[in-house]
Structure formats: C-alpha cells, structure tokens
Design a protein around this ligand. Structure first.
Ligand SMILES: *Cc1c(COP(=O)(O)O)cnc(C)c1O
Length: 476
C-alpha cells in the first residue's frame, strides 16, 4: 500500500466509522455467533500474494463484525462499560500514525511530559492528594500487581528483588467482593493464594474494618507479616465502597500497605457529591482508577497514583547500558521504571483530547446524567412488589431481580437467568449477572457514553416483556 492508496483507504474508513456510530443500534449488542464460527470462516492457508485492501475490508465487514460485541452501543448495560468517545478515538488514530514507543523520555519527550501533566490534571479533577505521583498503566490489574510488588520490596528493604523469597510469610487482605485481579496479583507476586485473607462484609457489601483488624491480629500471632490491604471503592459485583479512612487507620497501626482499587467508580470522584468515597485517601500508599471504563477514554488507559514514587521506581528500575541516555539524572521521567513493561504506548494523548474536548463541566454533566438515570430506574423498580433491589445504588449500577411472592430461591435464580439470556439473545440490550448472598442478581450498568433515557426505558420494557412471558407460561 503506498501513500496515495493509504489516503484513499483511510478516508473510506473514516466514513465507515462515522456510519458505524450513526447506525450502531442496528447491530445486536452482544455478538450472536456460535463458538468456532469465526475461526472456521477464515482460511487455514497463508496469503502468499498480497491482497487488495478492498478484499481485506470486505472480510472485516462480513466475517469479523458479526463476531464483535458492540461495547459502544448505547444499550450495553453489561459488566462495566469500556467507553470510547470521538476525541479519544481521534487521539488513538494519531497515536497509531505516530507509532511511537514511549519507554523513556528520550524516545519521545512530549509523551513523557504530557503524561506527567495529565496525571497532574487528574489529581485536581478527582480530588487525589496532590503529593501523590501518577503514571499511566495498561490496566488496573497491572497497577494492583505493581502495588503488591512495591509493598513487598518496600517492607523487605528491596531484598526479595535481589535474593528471592526466603522465609517471608506475608499475608494480604481484601473483602470477598474485591476484583479477581487481586487474587491474580497475589499469585504472581509470590505471596501465594493461601495467604490472601478474605475479610467479611457488612450488609452493604463493604468491608468490615473490625474484621480486618482481628484477622491482622490473628495472623501476627501466628507468625505472619501482614503486607498489604486492598480497599475496593466500588466493588465489581455491586459498587460497594470499602471504608478507606478506617482501613487507613488500621494499616497505619500495623504498618501495612494500603492500596485503593477504584477502577470503575474512581471516575465519579470528579463530582463533589461523590468525593466522600475517597475520604482518607491521603492515608493510602497507592490508588488506581480506569479512565478506560467510565471516562470516555478508549481502552486501554489506567491511572495509577502512588505516595512514594521512589519506592515504585526502586522496585522496577533497570539500567542496562543500551538504555542509558544523556538526559538521565535530569528532571525527567523515564516511565519504563514505573511499571512492568518496557515498551509503552502514548496513552496520555487520549486523556488530553478527552479532558479538553469535554471540559470538566462536560465530563461532570455526563457522569451525573448516568447516575441520575440509574436513580430514576431504581425508583421505578422499588415501586414494583414483584421486584427487589439487592444492593444500594450509590452510582449507576443497579443490582436487582424479579422476585414474585411465594417462589423458592432456586426458582428465582432460574427465572432471573432466563430473563437475562432472553434479553441478551434478542440482541436488543446486554446485561450481566452476579451472585449476592447466593442470589442470582441482574446487574444493569447505565454508563455507556451515549446511553439516554430512551435506552433505559427500552431495556426496562424488555425486562417486563420477559416477565410477562414467564407469567403466561405459568412458570411461577
Ligand atoms: C474492572 C475492574 C478491575 C480490572 O480492571 P482491568 O483494567 O481490566 O485490569 C479491577 N478492579 C475493579 C474494582 C474493577 O471494577
């Protein structure tokens, strides 16, 4: 492909993208393909001779698109969103064109300095303590792994990095509702899943600080060294908020690292009325939230903040001869030393485009709008005697179920799963589920970039239509 052909194809693709967003609601939200359908539709033979872009693109439309779930569809109510937006998409296009590998300051000074500035902006926007320092990571899972590794090194005077584990017996604490990335990080960091303590929660599914303290005391009595506790600000199941302040006090008392995982809900702290969720954050050692979830910044972009950048850098720093540069030692950041990968994409560009294009007020208005839509639907659900809200709706995730009277728990689990699958198979909306206190719970997240009242009303109508079918079939 030469430059002239690139120009022609690229113009065509931009038109395709604009059409895609204009007509996105004509696609089923959740891909309807069966396992192996996409794989089997592609040839096993290598393309020996180069093919025309027209042929490649035709296959993209015919074979790939049907196998895609449309995360940017406004009726995507599943998991947590991975929101895109036009400014972010444009930045991604430029990033790809530049194709820069931004591992150190010298390999693209603008990428390093824009990243530093964006982290400064995010601290102001989100109410993150100004003495923290930030770095962009690929995902919250990586950031949490960095937190546990840094805690491990900090408390062993950076010795495990050198000599490996000896007789250390560390323990780590989180509630049973925290994200699976913590279980994963505990395995990778060498602490061992057997040493991850799941702390009990209260009836809002938030961690009980007194249970944390007694587990820490028990472990100390048995010769363990409590290493790190993780507070979830917005659990994945139900957006429950663990008490950061109370956990911070306990962590200080026992000299334990406090990591705060606000991957999804962190975006809401741009609203003064939601700031309370990170009260006490100055007591934490590290904090993560994902602009790539609710802040209109295409996946991937995770913002990771630490109290001590020295501890972070000492944990990850490497300095082979071929990476030494004449700017080392000056007031610059070589972000390769702030996390696991050496190579880094220029993700700061997306944040810059998004924050300038929406403006603080534009961002706040959208986030507030999503929360309002969720509150409104919650009121409607609460008025129904045959439905139940199963967790507090503090943000924009509603946990609920259809629960007609005199129905066994087993039947309720089964009919709610049936409602979920019927809606997802219709392609008209997509929601997912969780289990709360053993109950099959429908999760509806109203947070897609372009979701409106109309889409919320439509998904509620779909749910009621499924309920009507169940009633007609006299299943209950
Ligand atoms: C989504 C989520 C994660 C994982 O995020 P990734 O960026 O996909 O690794 C971690 N913690 C919480 C609370 C989440 O909601």
């Amino acid at each position: 492909m030469n430059n002239q052909e690139f120009r022609k194809n690229a113009h065509q693709l931009v038109d395709w993208m604009a059409d895609y967003f204009e007509n996105i609601e004509q696609h089923p939200v959740k891909s309807q393909v069966v396992p192996r359908q996409v794989y089997d539709s592609l040839p096993n033979e290598l393309p020996l001779k180069g093919e025309s872009f027209a042929d490649i693109f035709k296959d993209f439309e015919e074979k790939i698109i049907p196998g895609m779930t449309h995360w940017q569809h406004p009726s995507f109510f599943a998991y947590f969103p991975a929101n895109g937006s036009f400014p972010s998409l444009l930045a991604e296009m430029l990033m790809s064109a530049l194709g820069a590998q931004c591992m150190i300051w010298e390999t693209s000074p603008a990428a390093a300095e824009l990243e530093e500035k964006m982290m400064h902006w995010l601290k102001q926007l989100m109410g993150i303590p100004m003495h923290f320092e930030g770095v962009i990571q690929d995902t919250a899972s990586t950031a949490t792994l960095c937190a546990i590794l840094t805690a491990r090194e900090y408390y062993t005077d950076y010795q495990i990095n050198i000599r490996g584990f000896r007789a250390e017996k560390f323990t780590i604490y989180c509630s049973e509702h925290t994200h699976s990335s913590i279980d994963k990080a505990v395995k990778i960091a060498g602490v061992g899943s057997a040493h991850l303590r799941k702390v009990a929660v209260d009836d809002t599914f938030a961690l009980r600080p007194e249970s944390l303290e007694s587990l820490i005391q028990q472990d100390i009595a048995q010769g363990y060294t409590p290493l790190c506790a993780i507070a979830a600000v917005g659990t994945t199941s139900s957006t429950a908020v663990d008490p950061v302040q109370a956990m911070g006090t306990i962590c200080k008392k026992y000299n334990v690292w406090l990591h705060v995982d606000a991957a999804y809900v962190g975006t809401a702290t741009m609203l003064p009325e939601k700031r309370w969720t990170i009260d006490g954050l100055e007591m934490a050692d590290s904090y993560v939230f994902n602009p790539h979830k609710w802040m209109f910044t295409n996946f991937d972009c995770t913002a990771y903040f630490v109290k001590s950048k020295e501890a972070l850098i000492r944990t990850f720093e490497i300095m082979p001869e071929y990476l030494k540069t004449k700017s080392d030692g000056q007031k610059i950041n070589n972000y390769r030393d702030w996390g696991v990968p050496l190579g880094r994409r220029f993700r700061a560009l997306k944040l810059w485009f998004v924050m300038r294009s929406f403006g603080v007020e534009g961002l706040q208005q959208k986030i507030r709008g999503h929360i309002q839509l969720a509150q409104d639907l919650t009121e409607i659900i609460k008025q129904r005697e045959d439905f139940e809200i199963l967790a507090p709706v503090e943000f924009n995730l509603i946990c609920f179920r259809y629960s007609p009277a005199n129905t066994s728990e087993e039947t309720l689990n089964q009919i709610n799963a049936q409602i979920l699958h019927a809606i997802n198979d219709s392609g008209k909306a997509y929601l997912t589920h969780t289990k709360l206190n053993g109950r099959y719970t429908l999760r509806l997240v109203i947070g897609q970039t372009n979701v409106t009242k109309k889409h919320v009303e439509a998904v509620w109508a779909l749910i009621l239509a499924e309920v009507a079918k169940i009633q007609t079939a006299s299943l209950v």
